[in-house]
Design a protein around this ligand. Structure first.
Ligand code: HEC
Length: 148
């Protein structure tokens, strides 16, 4: 009786360990998540993008998504831009240009500083802003006047 109980306890512990291992192996790295996951898996509704925003998506994926996550949903290196504090009333379009040109000192979060992104052209930045704004709009992040 005791023997049986101990054995079944051991095997359920083993099963749990195996299940945890399988989960760890299946859990995609951030890099994979950036490439593979569809917007819905990240809780994002993808609108029909304008041509400018579609170009912005490519530039965003190449230059910003490694920190700000696919569809701007954030990563372990940077904050989500699909967040109410980045609504156009709090962070106007110029904030994006400034961020890419000068970098950003850590102030809202605890990811550290954002380094400048000199490889991104002004034209690409305008496209990126368009992409972020269209995505924000489709996900309920709208202009709110900033109150200090
Ligand atoms: C190496 C990581 C990294 C990359 C690459 C990166 N960012 Fe950031 N970004 C950050 C971090 C971290 C913050 C948050 C700083 C804080 O507020 O604490 C930030 C903040 C911002 C902000 C808010 C600025 C403000 O005024 O508060 C904007 C806008 C932004 N990033 C846009 C971009 C765009 C556009 C790109 C691509 C061209 C980009 N970032 C690439 C890490 C990154």
């Amino acid at each position: 009786m005791t023997h049986t109980a101990a054995t079944s306890h051991r095997s359920s512990t083993a099963r749990l360990a195996l299940a945890l291992l399988a989960m760890a192996a299946a859990w995609p790295s951030w890099g994979q998540r950036i490439r593979d996951l569809p917007p819905s898996a990240l809780g994002i509704s993808m609108p029909a993008l304008s041509a400018q925003a579609a170009a912005g998506q490519k530039a965003f994926d190449a230059n910003c998504a490694s920190c700000h996550g696919r569809f701007g949903t954030g990563s372990d290196k940077g904050p989500p831009l699909m967040h109410d504090i980045y609504n156009p009333g709090h962070h106007a379009d110029e904030a994006f240009l400034r961020a890419a040109r000068n970098g950003v000192q850590q102030h809202h979060w605890r990811f550290g500083d954002m380094p400048p992104q000199p490889q991104v052209s002004d034209e690409q930045l305008v496209q990126i802003v368009r992409y972020v704004r269209e995505l924000q709009q489709a996900n309920g992040i709208r202009f709110k006047p900033h109150r200090m």
